[in-house]
Design a protein around this ligand. Structure first.
Ligand code: ATP
Ligand code: MG
Length: 397
């Protein structure tokens, strides 16, 4: 029997009567991703998803790395399958983990036995395998407390499996299992992380970006497309809604008090985002806002911005420290692109002294000098749809 990938489902298994819907989405996501790496048979049993290569030329390393990005999987490991008898399991462990045993100074065996008809108990099998491995690799000491290598043996219904420590998966809920939302995606550090966190909860993303030619460059737009490309390696193909924002910003600058420029710009962003969200049947908007980070993210500013839309606004980073956000951005791989020095439309028009506690009446009064509806409609009608394809055949959720 060959090397396979074993993946543990996360919260999907807690879904009671809805479990099969979540599991179907998870399996569909895994299957569509694996087409990239060869022919695999994918099945699910006892909260575990099995991906078995059907050809000898399947790219197992590539497939394994990719499985760590699947939302809904908490751990994944490459494992060797063998027959369910102690001798076969010992032989397989000796062969399959030989290199790792030679490298480690100490080891222990942990056994799980979900097939209760197996004639040995878990401790008995662990002891037996420990003795066989110690005899085969005398340089590696048994250590029950702080072993360098843990050898896992699992006796399941369909076969026995040998593997070392599993890797952490992406966690969360399966792709597309929790509705869709428009994410306001700037080229900064925060909004890609916010997008990732909501995609991790199963939300299908519609990224929306505002650009201000000629104040912002073509490179700034490319940067956002690149960030979307990185996000798509987790959440599948994306279409970025690239929205021209110059006219709106110029109108605001011409007609409104300079200290309200940011707040009023944000309110336009939210209106356009809501219009886009309704168009695509989304149930929420997502932003990378973070309480107190900048003038437009005080309690008062957030309230003033929120008021112009009726869809819920998800702000998964509202209480995070910058350091935590940066750590996540590095982990998911967006950080290096986010810090590239291209201007965002917000930074181009930032007033020197923005209002940190805007009065809603002053904002509403200033907006009477603009045709908000026409400006929103015009920007919405000029949206460019940029497809970010990973080159894969993702299923459409
Ligand atoms: P980041 O830009 O990553 O969010 P930030 O600290 O620069 O971080 P702001 O510029 O204040 O945040 O923007 C707050 C939120 O507004 C962003 O998280 C994002 O959701 C949205 N936003 C800002 N600029 C844009 C833009 N050009 N296009 C789309 N959304 C934007
Ligand atoms: Mg920003």
């Amino acid at each position: 029997m060959k090397d396979i990938i074993l993946m543990k489902q996360g919260e999907t298994v807690l879904k009671g009567l809805n479990r099969s819907r979540f599991e179907k989405l998870l399996i569909a996501d895994i299957k569509s991703r694996l087409t990239e790496f060869g022919r695999f048979k994918v099945s699910s049993l006892q909260s575990t998803v099995y991906a078995e290569p059907e050809d000898s030329d399947c790219d197992m390393s590539g497939a394994f790395e990719d499985m760590l990005k699947v939302f809904g999987i908490v751990t994944a490991v490459r494992a060797a399958a063998c027959e369910k008898n102690a001798e076969a399991i010992a032989e397989k462990a000796t062969e399959y983990l030989g290199e790792a045993m030679k490298k480690a100074s100490s080891f222990k065996v942990e056994t799980k036995r979900s097939d209760k008809s197996f004639p040995m108990t878990s401790p008995e099998l662990s002891k037996y395998l420990g003795a066989r491995l110690a005899a085969a690799y005398p340089g590696t000491k048994a250590d029950m407390h702080t072993p360098e290598l843990t050898v896992n043996a699992e006796v399941r219904d369909r076969a026995a499996f040998i593997h070392s420590a599993p890797s952490q998966g992406a966690g969360g809920l399966p792709r597309g299992s929790n509705g869709r939302a428009v994410v306001l995606l700037s080229g900064g550090i925060d909004s890609p992380v916010a997008a990732y966190l909501m995609a991790k909860r199963g939300v299908k993303l519609i990224p929306l970006h505002f650009f201000s030619f000629p104040y912002t460059s073509e490179q700034a737009k490319r940067k956002v497309a690149d960030i979307a490309g990185i996000l798509s390696s987790y959440c599948g193909n994306l279409t970025v809604e690239m929205t021209p924002f110059t006219r709106i910003q110029e109108e605001i600058r011409k007609n409104c008090p300079v200290e309200l420029l940011t707040i009023i710009s944000r309110r336009f962003m939210m209106r356009i985002a809501e219009k886009t969200a309704r168009h695509y049947g989304c149930g929420a908007l997502i932003t990378g806002e973070n309480l107190g980070q900048v003038a437009s993210q005080t309690m008062e500013s957030i309230e003033a911005v929120q008021q112009c839309v009726s869809l819920p606004v998800y702000r998964p980073l509202i209480g995070a420290d910058k350091e935590e956000i940066v750590r996540l951005a590095r982990k998911i791989g967006t950080y290096d692109v986010s810090v590239l020095p291209f201007e965002d439309c917000c930074s181009v028009f930032t007033p020197k002294h923005p209002k940190t506690k805007p009065k809603i009446n002053s904002v509403l009064e200033a907006e009477t000098r603009l045709d908000t509806e026409a400006l929103t409609e015009e920007a919405f009608s000029m949206i460019e749809h940029e497809q970010i394809m990973t080159g894969r055949r993702y299923y459409d959720c």
